[in-house]
Design a protein around this ligand. Sequence first.
Ligand code: G
Ligand code: G
Ligand code: MN
Ligand code: NA
Length: 254
Amino acid sequence: VQLETEMRRALERREFVLYYQPQVDIASGRIVAMEALIRWQHPEMGMVAPSRFIPLAEETGMILQLGAWVLESACRQLVAWQREGREYLRVAVNVSARQMAEQDFVESVARVLADTGLQPAALELELTESAVMNDVEHAIAVMHELKSLGVKLAIDDFGTGYSSLAHLKRFAVDVLKIDQAFVRDLTVDPDDAAIVTTIIALAANLNLQVISEGVETLDQLSFLREHGCSQMQGYYFSRPVPATAIATVLDENE
Ligand code: G
Ligand code: G
Ligand code: MN
Ligand code: NA
């Protein structure tokens, strides 16, 4: 309850910050995108983890203001990076179920694109499988409207939710993002290995891109590459870092 009150003030006090984590194209070794990940720097409590406040923000509806702030900030930041010569870079933004359910969500995305001047194809929205399955018919309609704007869509945490293959066929998505729960033990757990290779094959057969998250070791990277996963994200490449540290990360990658 305390945290809820604090969270309302935090936006005005600019206590939320975005960290960015690179997504790497394995064939070229190049960073192609950044996932924006919210952090709360509380003046007394220090860094509050998103796992503590995102669920609360979703319950209270605060996620709507928070999500709008994240989307706008990430798009503005990307435009700034592109103007500094990183025109190849894209940004991935997490969208919660509550945001997707809002009547004016698509309109708000269109407005942010117009306001920031970001080209739509440089924005990727990560929709969790559970958010999409919350109200499938509505989600499918929203996904098609978002696609019409020209933005890219990814299913986050893929494999942990309840989307059937029949649904997947109707989703207007571009990317499947393999959940880190399957990546963690992939080199030692045959079940995880089977799940991951199956998702990669599924994506290939449906003409979807696939990205693995939570890649921490060279063994995981090698396994994923050998099985055809072309994009990866995880501590092996970089932890999420503040915007001010991105230039260094990109310089080292170029
Ligand atoms: O950054 P970290 O790995 O600690 O994130 C923990 C969880 O919080 C993840 O599930 C991530 O998707 C979620 N998260 C991080 N930033 C955002 C955001 O801007 N919006 C939403 N809806 N979720 C986020
Ligand atoms: O659910 P989502 O994919 O949006 O959440 C990403 C979360 O995973 C963030 O909280 C981020 O900090 C975390 N993360 C990113 N890379 C790694 C990694 O290599 N290992 C682990 N354990 N967590 C990671
Ligand atoms: Mn994500
Ligand atoms: Na995820």
